[in-house]
Design a protein. Structure first.
Length: 462
């Protein structure tokens, strides 16, 4: 029987305090992310008991309702059954801070900003990464020549999103910060314009006599995000003081004339330096004590997923790829999805409880095939606690292996059973070893020590 997403949406809207309490909503792979005017008006207990809702989390300045694989249908139903605005389209109002001060972008709002900027184009990003991963595999196996026009066409499909990354970021960052996104895109296009790209590293470049340090902005992350933030502040001032009759023409004009030169002269070089320093510090930390760094990163990853704060690592990982040519952060977690799936699989096979099988079975498929682990984390691992502890421990061992043997990736790809060939091509053999360790270790330990049907009896007695 098909789910009634309209009824689910109405229940969720009521649970978050009604549509008048919602500033905006967005979604990631598994959860609806509400920005509420007053979180005290939301009813977490009622939401948690709603059929179709896995969990409710308050983190990162958002009220997160975990749905699972059906999140897109639920999101569209919420928009369809209310006047709630999608993130980036909300009215100019803000949730009142408890202490009367605005939340800092370095505090609760950080994850909200990161997810708002990077989540919307993650599907395209992942698809492009998979194409590049399979091209590596096909050329390695001799199936496809890198000199062929077929390779050239497919490589363009895979590499274009990375090359023009500032343009993608300009749109999402513009919307997230409240700037005009198409003006943001215009400035990003100027940054990757062929004649500008040709000046990369050139001497004697100047704007009105002011020296300009020309660096490569293709595939860059921080420069355009910073420009969009400044753009949002500048536009607010301009719209306030320029008459409405003229603002539609003058505000975009002034914004571009001010921020394009400022971006090349100041913002670009400064943020490029910050990105390089960040990448250097992370690399140094991993080199200082690889096993501990890898163990902690991978071991805590399921916990980060619980609270939705794992998104904070996405811009760091992308920055690494664009500054170093590879990422050494996310590869540490390559086995995590498989470890979570294995623990849920052990519970599914071991239990005789029909209801638990109905919960655990689909969650295994979701984690293994879709790379979506929240159903397994909330529906199985956290419910019995021991499996969660086992997964964290074993995933930590997999992460330590990746750190010791310097497993890195040069492109973004999703991690699941279907992408194993691409994972082998991109991450290398030790990445696959980490996956095997996470999967087998989590399954065996959960089967032996992590679960028995007696836990269901004690659960019922509580």
């Amino acid at each position: 029987m098909a789910k009634d997403y309209n009824q689910l949406a109405k229940a969720i809207i009521a649970g978050v305090g009604g549509e008048s309490n919602v500033i905006s909503v967005t979604h990631c792979v598994t959860r609806l992310r509400f920005k509420l005017a007053d979180e005290s008006k939301a009813n977490a207990d009622a939401l948690t008991k709603t059929k179709g809702v896995l969990k409710v989390i308050q983190a990162g300045g958002q009220y997160q309702v975990v749905i699972g694989n059906d999140v897109t249908d639920a999101y569209e139903a919420v928009l369809r059954n209310s006047s709630i605005k999608a993130a980036g389209e909300e009215a100019a109002k803000a949730a009142p801070a408890k202490d009367g001060k605005k939340k800092s972008i370095l505090g609760d709002g950080f994850v909200n900003i990161v997810s708002g900027i990077f989540m919307p184009f993650m599907g395209a990003f992942t698809a492009a990464g998979l194409i590049k991963g399979f091209l590596v595999l096909f050329t390695t196996l001799g199936i496809l020549s890198s000199e062929s026009t077929t390779y050239t066409i497919l490589y363009a499909a895979g590499d274009s999103v990375f090359y023009f990354l500032p343009v993608f970021l300009a749109y999402t960052a513009g919307k997230t910060f409240g700037a005009k996104p198409f003006v943001s895109m215009l400035m990003a296009c100027a940054m990757v314009y062929p004649n500008i790209t040709a000046l990369n590293g050139a001497e004697g470049v100047a704007f009105l006599g002011i020296p300009v340090e020309m660096i490569s902005y293709t595939s860059s992350v921080l420069p355009i995000v910073a420009i969009c933030f400044v753009q949002a502040q500048l536009e607010k001032v301009l719209y306030k003081y320029i008459p409405k009759m003229l603002s539609g023409m003058l505000v975009p004009l002034i914004t571009v004339l001010v921020l394009v030169p400022l971006g090349f002269i100041v913002i670009g070089p400064v943020t490029n330096t910050i990105g390089n320093v960040l990448a250097t510090v992370i690399t140094a930390a991993l080199e200082f004590c690889p096993p501990v760094a890898g163990f902690l990163m991978a071991g805590l990853w399921p916990v980060m997923i619980m609270f939705g704060v794992h998104w904070a690592f996405i811009p760091v990982a992308i920055n690494n790829m664009m500054t170093l040519g590879y990422d050494n952060i996310m590869p540490l977690t390559v086995g995590c999805n498989f470890g979570i799936a294995a623990a849920a699989l052990a519970v599914f096979l071991k239990t005789r409880n029909t209801d638990l099988k109905e919960t655990a079975g689909p969650s295994v498929i979701s984690a293994l095939i879709g790379g979506v682990t929240e159903p397994a984390v909330y529906g199985v691992l956290l419910r019995f606690k021991r499996p969660m502890a086992i997964v964290c421990l074993v995933n930590g061992i997999g992460g330590a292996i990746c750190a010791i043997f310097h497993v890195v990736r040069a492109t973004q790809i999703s991690v699941n059973l279907l992408t194993l060939p691409a994972i082998w091509a991109v991450y290398g053999s030790w990445g696959v070893v980490a996956i095997v360790v996470s999967f087998i270790g989590s399954f065996v330990l959960t089967w032996l020590f992590g679960f028995s049907d007696k836990m269901l009896e004690s659960e019922s007695a509580q």
